[in-house]
Design a protein around this ligand. Structure first.
Ligand SMILES: Cc1ncc(COP(=O)(O)O)c(C=O)c1O
Length: 379
């Protein structure tokens, strides 16, 4: 049996929405981007939201408006996709890696506090694979040390922290719309913003800091000459992407529900195996199940990497768990001791999880994991 790793939840409705956008004649950033921003902000409980080309540019812009620049340090987890650190570097600042909490695999507030120096400007907690970080602790830390917080919520649309949606807690929360995420529009990013003035500045910065939007210029009945009071970037989303994004928001709850059902089914089927550890959902959090991270225990007698090879041989596509950024050559010698990060980077496998995965396919994945780890399921 063949089991793919992931598949975006796209249908003919998404294609039809793109066709409509094409027919409208407005294909670059326009009215559909504005509508997508408004709908997104409403869903995540934020006063405003600003669309960008992807989550990495969203993080870069969010750090920039937080005042992060050359000479500054930003505390990040090393256990994250490399974009987390690259966004800090793109600001000319230095990512400072702190360790994770081994229970949640999210940035540990105590380790983050130990990493603070007089150059620290911001902390970037990551809601890893859609599991909210301990935001109460980070809010206290930021208050105590006068630091900004930028949340990397790449995988976290629909996640909740103590009943509040991720996107409604802080000032700047950045989401990804890449096909591996909960919803997608091919590529795309979104910044949930609490301060309307900051949102307006972000809208300018994403188009070279131009002081007039394209919509304003089109609507004007006389020639409008734009100016560039500061320097900026091109981080514009297109209306073609936003057309898909709007359709995806309509089915978000269905996608989240199906991901949860499948994850809980994995928990039930794998929970009795003494060779693996299933992911947890702490009482304060509701996760999105953007991925299903399975920890391979020493009792398995097989490494996570070898298990992935074996599963692939059986037709089951998996991915390695979350990477440790400081293990890569591009960030070598950039971190002190991060024992929990080092362990987590070796031990995890992400199993197939996407709406449309059949019970039969899921049973097969579980059967193969059991076979290769020599597990006898405990009743
Ligand atoms: C934690 C995290 N941050 C940032 C990103 C970057 O997102 P994008 O590909 O939209 O730039 C990703 C994407 O995988 C991610 O997982």
């Amino acid at each position: 049996m063949e089991v793919p790793f992931a598949r975006p939840s796209l249908t003919e409705a998404d294609g039809a929405a793109v066709a409509e956008a094409v027919a409208s004649g407005w294909v670059s950033q326009g009215p559909r981007v504005a509508a997508f921003e408004a709908a997104y902000a409403e869903r995540v409980g934020a006063p405003d939201a600003v669309a960008t080309t992807n989550c990495t540019t969203a993080l870069h812009l969010a750090l920039y408006v937080s005042g992060v620049g050359p000479g500054d340090e930003v505390i990040v987890p090393s256990l994250s996709f490399i974009a987390t650190a690259n966004a800090v570097w793109q600001c000319g600042a230095t990512p400072v890696f702190a360790d994770i909490d081994p229970l949640t695999y999210n940035l540990d507030p105590a380790s983050a506090e130990r990493a603070i120096t007089e150059r620290t400007k911001a902390i970037m907690p990551v809601h890893q694979v859609g599991l909210p970080a301990d935001m109460d602790a980070f809010a206290l830390l930021a208050d105590r040390h006068g630091l900004a917080i930028v949340e990397d919520a790449a995988c976290a649309i629909g996640a909740e922290h103590q009943g509040r949606p991720i996107g409604s807690l802080g000032n700047l929360t950045c989401f990804s719309l890449h096909p591996r995420k909960v919803i997608t529009c091919g590529e795309g990013g979104m910044i949930a913003v609490s301060d309307p003035l900051v949102a307006e500045r972000l809208r300018r910065l994403r188009q070279h800091a131009m002081d007039r939007s394209a919509a304003e210029r089109h609507a004007a009945d006389r020639v409008v000459v734009e100016h560039y009071p500061e320097r900026g970037w091109n981080a514009r989303m297109t209306d073609l992407q936003a057309a898909v994004g709007l359709k995806q928001l309509e089915v978000l709850e269905l996608i989240l529900g199906e991901r949860r059902r499948l994850a809980e089914r994995y928990n039930e089927l794998l929970g009795g195996m003494p060779t693996v550890e299933t992911p947890k959902e702490p009482a304060y959090a509701k996760r999105t199940w953007q991925s299903y991270p399975l920890r391979v225990l020493p009792e398995a007698g097989v490494s996570a990497a070898d298990l992935m090879d074996a599963l692939l041989h059986d037709g089951v596509a998996t991915r390695r768990g979350i990477m440790a950024i400081h293990h890569e050559a591009s960030y070598a010698n950039c971190a002190g001791a991060l024992p929990h990060t080092d362990a987590a980077a070796e031990d995890f496998v992400l199993l197939p999880l996407f709406p449309g995965l059949s019970d039969e396919q899921q049973d097969y994945v579980v059967d193969r994991v059991g076979a290769w780890t020599g597990a006898v399921i405990q009743a």
